[in-house]
Design a binder for this molecule. Structure first.
Ligand code: C2O
Ligand code: CU
Length: 527
C-alpha cells in the first residue's frame, strides 16, 4: 500500500459544459473534478484548499471511513465546514474496498454547482482483469445554469416538478448540448459543443465505469448496437449479467464490459432521462424546459476509422417496456458468496414522506414525521466526541437513531408514503438488500437471506418499501439520505449513530477539531 498525495484547489471558473457559459464551482479548474485513482489498501492524503466565498466540505461517496468518521465530509454531521481561504487535509485509508466511487461536496447543495468527480480503487486481484483491454470512466450529470442556492430558494416557482428544479441539460462526462436558442440574450452559448467521445478498436473490450453524479435525474444508459456486460455494482463485483439498457439512479455506480463488436463507424452512447418517471401525482411540470425537449443525452462510441464529421446513424430507441426502477435485485449476485446477518439486534422502521407546501410555497421532507435541520456550527460528531452529549439528547429534528451493539446487525425497514422514488444512500457501510416491494408491506418470509445483492445506494420505490441489513462494526455518525439533492435540502436525511460509546474512545485529529474553532491557526491557508 502507498500514500497518495492529492491537491484539490476549489475555485470559481467560467466553463461551458453544455455550451452555455456559467460560473462553475470547480476543483483544480476542471469540470468534472479530477479523477482520484488509487489501489486497494492505499492511503489518500487529500489537501482541499477552499478558494470559494462559502464554506465547504468534501465527501467520498461509498468509502467506509472505517475508524475515521471525521473524514466523511458531511456538513452538520461529521465536521465543521472548511472556511473560505482555508486548507484542510482529509487523510484516510481505503482499506479493502475496491471499485467505482466518487467524491463531492456535502455542504448544502454545492455539488450541483460542479464540485464532484470520480474516485476509482484499482483491485490487483479483480476477477475480471483478463476480460477487458482498456478502461474508461463515464459520468452522468444533470446540469443547471442557475446556481444551487438560487435554485433552492426558487424551488416552488413555476417550472419545478414536485419541488425539484428541472435541469437545463444533461451531461455525459461533463459534456452536453444546450439548445442555445433558449439562452437569454447576452449570455454566451455555443450551439456546437462537442459531446463526449470514447474511441474503440474493433474486437477490443472496454470496461466502462459509470457513475450517476446528478442532482435529480435517473437514467437509462445504453450504447446503440452494443451489449453491456455488468460486472460491478457500487464497488461489489457481481456474477456477470448482460443487458441492453442499464437503469442508474443518483449515487449508484456500475462497471460494464463493452466489446467493440461492430466493424466501424460511430454509435450513440445514450443516457436517457425518462420524463415519464419524473411526472407524478398532482404536481405539474413545465414542459417548455429544454430537458423535456431533449432528454436523450448523448455521447459517441467511435471506432478508429470513423470521423467526427459523421454523426451516428439514428436507430429507434424505445424504452416503453422498461419501468422506472433500479436494476432488479434478483439479477444482482455478488461474485464472491457472502451471507447477510441472520440475527438482527437493532431494527429501525422508517417512513419517508414529502409534506404539503406552506403558504410561502416551501415544502419539507419527513422521516418519521421529522425534517432534518443540519447544525452546521456544532455537528453531531463534536457533540458526541467533544462535548460528551449522548445522541439520545439530540433534538428531534436531528433525525438521529442510535445503536450500540458492536458485532450485531441493523435492519432498516423503509416505507415510502409518496409517489416519488428516492435513491437512498448509506454512509459508512454497504448493505444487503433483502427485500423490496412496489406495494403492500414487507413479508419477512419472502426475504432473500441466501444471496442478496450488496450496494450502498438503493431506490425506494413510489409507495413501496425496502428492507436492508448490515453489520454494526464502524463507530460513527453516518448519514442515510435520499440522494436527490433537492430532497436533502428539504430535510430527507437522517443520521445513524453507530457505537457511540466506542466513538467516544477514539481520538479525533486536532485539525478536525480546529475547524470548529474559528480564529485558530488552522483556519489560515496552508502554504
Ligand atoms: Cu453521495 Cu451523503 O452522499
Ligand atoms: Cu428523494
Amino acid at each position: 500500500p502507498q500514500d497518495i498525495y492529492i491537491n484539490l484547489v476549489l475555485s470559481y471558473t467560467d466553463l461551458a459544459p453544455d455550451g452555455y457559459t456559467r460560473k462553475v464551482w470547480t476543483a483544480n479548474g476542471q469540470y468534472p473534478g479530477p479523477l482520484i485513482h488509487c489501489n486497494r489498501g492505499d492511503r489518500l492524503i487529500i489537501n482541499v484548499t477552499n478558494n470559494f466565498e462559502d464554506p465547504t466540505t468534501i465527501h467520498w461517496h461509498g468509502i467506509f471511513q472505517l475508524g475515521s468518521n471525521w473524514y466523511d465530509g458531511v456538513g452538520g454531521q461529521t465536521q465543521c465546514a472548511i472556511p473560505p481561504g482555508v486548507s484542510f487535509i482529509y487523510n484516510y485509508t481505503v482499506g479493502d474496498q475496491v471499485g467505482t466511487y466518487w467524491w463531492h461536496s456535502h455542504y448544502l447543495a454545492q455539488y450541483v454547482d460542479g464540485i464532484r468527480g470520480p474516485l476509482i480503487i484499482n483491485n490487483p486481484d479483480d476477477p475480471y482483469l483478463g476480460q477487458y483491454d482498456y478502461e474508461y470512466v463515464l459520468t452522468l450529470e444533470d446540469w443547471y445554469h442557475a446556481e444551487s442556492h438560487n435554485l433552492v430558494a426558487m424551488r416552488m416557482t413555476q417550472g419545478y416538478e414536485a419541488f425539484n428544479p428541472i435541469p437545463d441539460s444533461g451531461l455525459i462526462s461533463g459534456r452536453g448540448q444546450y439548445d442555445c436558442s433558449r439562452a437569454r440574450n447576452g449570455t454566451k452559448c455555443d450551439p456546437n459543443n462537442m459531446p463526449a467521445i470514447y474511441t474503440v478498436t474493433k474486437g477490443k473490450k472496454y470496461r466502462f465505469r459509470i457513475i450517476n453524479m446528478s442532482a435529480e435525474a435517473f437514467y437509462f444508459f445504453s450504447i446503440d448496437q452494443h451489449k453491456l456486460k455488468v460486472i460491478e455494482v457500487d464497488g461489489v463485483d457481481i456474477k456477470a449479467i448482460e443487458l441492453d439498457v442499464l437503469p442508474i439512479h443518483i449515487g449508484q455506480r456500475f462497471s460494464v464490459i463493452v466489446e467493440a463488436s461492430q466493424d466501424s463507424g460511430n454509435y450513440w452512447i445514450r443516457a436517457n432521462i425518462p420524463i415519464d418517471c419524473l411526472m407524478f401525482g398532482k404536481y405539474t411540470i413545465n414542459n417548455n424546459s429544454a430537458i423535456f425537449n431533449n432528454n436523450n443525452i448523448t455521447g459517441i462510441l467511435q471506432y478508429d476509422d470513423a470521423s467526427n464529421d459523421t454523426l451516428p446513424k439514428s436507430v429507434d430507441w424505445n424504452r416503453n417496456l422498461l419501468p422506472c426502477h433500479d436494476l432488479d435485485i434478483n439479477l444482482i449476485k455478488p461474485y464472491v458468496d457472502v451471507s447477510p446477518p441472520l440475527k438482527v439486534t437493532d431494527q429501525i422502521n422508517i417512513t419517508v414522506d414529502i409534506g404539503e407546501p406552506d403558504e410561502k410555497g416551501t415544502a419539507k421532507a419527513y422521516i418519521n414525521g421529522q425534517s432534518w435541520v443540519p447544525d452546521l456550527k456544532n455537528p453531531s460528531i463534536m457533540k458526541i466526541m467533544d462535548q460528551n452529549i449522548s445522541a439520545k439528547e439530540f433534538p428531534l429534528n436531528a433525525n438521529a437513531y442510535m445503536y450500540d451493539n458492536e458485532g450485531g446487525a441493523v435492519e432498516i425497514v423503509m416505507y415510502n408514503t409518496n409517489q416519488a422514488d428516492h435513491p437512498f444512500h448509506l454512509h459508512g457501510h454497504n448493505f444487503f438488500i433483502i427485500g423490496m416491494g412496489r406495494d403492500g408491506i414487507p413479508d419477512s418470509s419472502k426475504y432473500n437471506l441466501k444471496d442478496p445483492p450488496m450496494r450502498d445506494t438503493v431506490t425506494l420505490p413510489p409507495n413501496g418499501w425496502v428492507v436492508i441489513r448490515y453489520m454494526i462494526n464502524n463507530p460513527g455518525v453516518w448519514a442515510f439520505h435520499c440522494h436527490i439533492e433537492w430532497h436533502v435540502e428539504m430535510g430527507m436525511v437522517f443520521q445513524l449513530i453507530e457505537m457511540q460509546s466506542k466513538l467516544q474512545t477514539l481520538k479525533m485529529p486536532p485539525s478536525v477539531k480546529a475547524l470548529c474553532q474559528p480564529g485558530s491557526q488552522h483556519t489560515k491557508r496552508l502554504a
